[in-house]
Design a protein around this ligand. Structure first.
Ligand SMILES: [Zn+2]
Ligand SMILES: [Zn+2]
Length: 142
């Protein structure tokens, strides 16, 4: 599948900013290999978990690679970062894809399931993770 087809489907999901920031403080890993934390969405103007009213939009969340001080090759690990969309690379909202790309229906339990898409220098990788039934699906292509 052409990467541009993913760009057409980019949508804005409104997550709770407070819950997102505290979940991201704990997260450290590798895109696609490690699931991103599930986040509550703002419903009727507030977060069902903490009551917060401030939202973070899914396109403003990116993976950021961290290199150790003497590490010049592959990143040591990745973190999740909230930023303004325009401070990320313009072409695809983040040059590494979108950890929170879209919500689809879980093919096993019918619950809402999150899709992450990682765009390394070549090709793409995708992960779907259902927080209700633990269904996981990964795919990759060019
Ligand atoms: Zn919250
Ligand atoms: Zn499921």
């Amino acid at each position: 599948m052409d990467i541009r087809l993913f760009e057409e489907k980019i949508c804005d999901i409104r997550f709770c900013r407070t819950c997102a920031l505290s979940a991201f403080e704990q997260w450290k890993g590798w895109p696609i290999t490690d699931a991103v934390p599930s986040l509550p969405m703002i419903q009727d103007g507030k977060c069902p978990v903490c009551g917060g009213t401030e939202a973070v939009i899914s396109v403003n969340i990116a993976w950021l690679n961290i290199h150790g001080p003497y590490n010049t090759g592959l990143p040591s690990y990745w973190i999740l970062k909230v930023n303004d969309r325009h401070t990320f690379e313009k072409k695809f909202p983040s040059k590494w894809g979108l950890p929170y790309y879209e919500l689809v229906k879980c093919e096993r339990c019918g619950g809402a399931i999150l899709t992450s898409i990682f765009i390394p220098p070549i090709g793409w990788q995708l992960r779907q993770q259902c927080e209700w039934c633990n269904f996981t699906k990964t795919a990759e292509g060019k």
